[in-house]
Design a protein around this ligand. Structure first.
Ligand SMILES: *Cc1c(COP(=O)(O)O)cnc(C)c1O
Length: 432
């Protein structure tokens, strides 16, 4: 029945002891169907599943593996760190080096606090913004994902400037009710909301360039508008660069788009690439805001494993390896794959739209610009599912959802890229 018997058997066992058999929902393949592959090994652009099948990896752990799997230099740094002790619960020099590297790369970030996941980073940034402003309401955009923070798991209510509804059981109406959800790239809705509720709003959080509804970059002038409107109303602007940070450019989306008119975002959040595949993330920004964090200030925030030596070593070695040549290779690999996809889809009459944020891109199964979440949802997800499996059978592992960016690494060599290009051509013919 399945072409992955060992993974199917593991999934059976996993389901007994882990809900759905997975530790993060998208891994379960629910939106594409079939058996999620249990991986046993990765090297460079490749990963191998429990049945011994090799794949070109276009998930890259959802972004972190920017250098490919088991990069030798990162491996050496991790091994050395681990050999010297796993965790102390005291400060260590590596945390300082990692913080310095982040501050050096992202000019408006004066201070950072290290945490263990992107979720923790956005949760802490929101708490800090509320502490700083003495206000409670948070504005976010539909289709932007900021981790599974209660206040950020909210769906839009009906009409502009209504408070959010819980996106999940277990999120109290009170938590979601402190959140306003707006359509992305809609300056009018933004202005109307702040005009009505500006004095209650602590912060606006946005993905620097959204990648969690597929890639939907800010329209020209949109980031400027976010800065202008938040400043006018005394709210902080939080730029979530967990996905884009150190991937879109050496300084993330900020490094690509540049300083918004009216000044930089007040706070940034980072994760994924900066952990090098280990649990490390961060939030940071203006020193006067960060000064409110304990122990300097009254806003509490902590973590037993925050700044963990092994995770910090992985993150630091990864960032140090992210040279201009690495970004050149990411651009080359992603443009080759995207061009081949566009060509193959066009020649078989498959409606598609490819959008970019630096070398991050995604393929929408529809025509026409995608500007917000409503646009993104208006695509042929059933056809994507068939494409996904056609690619998987040809040894290419895409993200198992049409709402995700395709992630490449600098280790994707010509052999790996050629396998993807061939697979795309054959798969397009199959799903036409
Ligand atoms: C992945 C992601 C998060 C959450 O990070 P986790 O480490 O999964 O908690 C937050 N924001 C954005 C933009 C992300 O892509």
């Amino acid at each position: 029945m399945t072409d992955a018997p060992a993974s199917a058997a593991l999934l059976d066992r996993a389901r007994t002891v882990i809900p759905g058999g997975v530790n993060s929902p998208v891994r379960a393949f629910r939106s594409v169907g079939g058996t999620p592959r249990f991986m046993t090994r990765g090297q460079g652009p490749w990963m191998w599943d429990a049945d011994g099948q090799r794949y070109v990896d276009l998930v890259c752990s959802w972004g972190p593996m920017i250098l490919g799997h088991a990069d030798p230099e990162v491996l050496e740094a991790v091994t050395e760190a681990a050999a010297a002790g796993f965790s102390f619960g005291t400060p260590t020099e590596r945390e300082v080096l990692l913080a310095e590297e982040i501050v050096r790369r992202v000019e408006p970030v004066e201070q950072v606090r290290l945490v263990s996941s992107g979720t923790e980073a956005t949760m802490s940034a929101i708490r800090l913004a509320r502490g700083f402003t003495g206000r409670s309401v948070v504005v976010k955009f539909a289709g932007c994902y900021h981790g599974h923070v209660d206040a950020l798991l909210a769906s839009a209510g009906s009409g502009v400037a209504t408070f959010g509804l819980p996106d999940s059981p277990g999120v109290p109406a009170s938590a979601a009710g402190e959140t306003i959800v707006l359509p992305y790239n809609d300056i009018e809705a933004l202005e109307a909301t702040f005009a009505e509720r500006g004095t209650e709003i602590a912060a606006l959080i946005t993905e620097a360039a959204p990648g969690n509804m597929g890639v939907v970059p800010p329209a020209p002038g949109f980031t400027d508008a976010l800065r202008r409107v938040t400043s006018e109303h005394g709210a902080l602007l939080i730029s979530d660069e967990v996905m884009t940070g150190f991937r879109c450019s050496p300084a993330g989306w900020y490094g690509l788009e540049g300083m918004p008119q009216g000044g930089a975002p007040d706070l940034f959040t980072f994760g994924k690439v900066m952990g090098g595949g280990f649990p490390a993330a961060a939030f940071g920004g203006r020193a006067d805001v960060m000064a409110l964090l304990a122990p300097e200030g009254p806003v509490y925030q902590a973590g037993t494993l925050s700044g963990n030596p092994v995770a910090s070593a992985a993150g630091l070695a990864t960032l140090q390896r992210c040279t201009p040549e690495v970004y050149d290779r990411l651009a080359e690999v992603s443009s080759t794959i995207a061009e081949a996809t566009a060509e193959a889809f066009s020649s078989h009459g498959i409606p598609h739209r490819i959008q970019w944020a630096g070398s991050m891109f995604s393929v929408f199964f529809r025509e026409g610009e995608v500007r917000d979440y409503d646009d993104a949802r208006d695509q042929d997800s059933e056809r994507f599912g068939r494409f996904f499996h056609a690619m998987l059978r040809r040894g290419v592992h895409l993200p198992p959802s049409c709402f995700e960016s395709w992630f490449v690494s600098a280790a994707h060599d010509d052999e790996a890229v050629q396998i993807v290009v061939d697979a795309v051509r054959e798969s397009a013919a199959e799903i036409a």
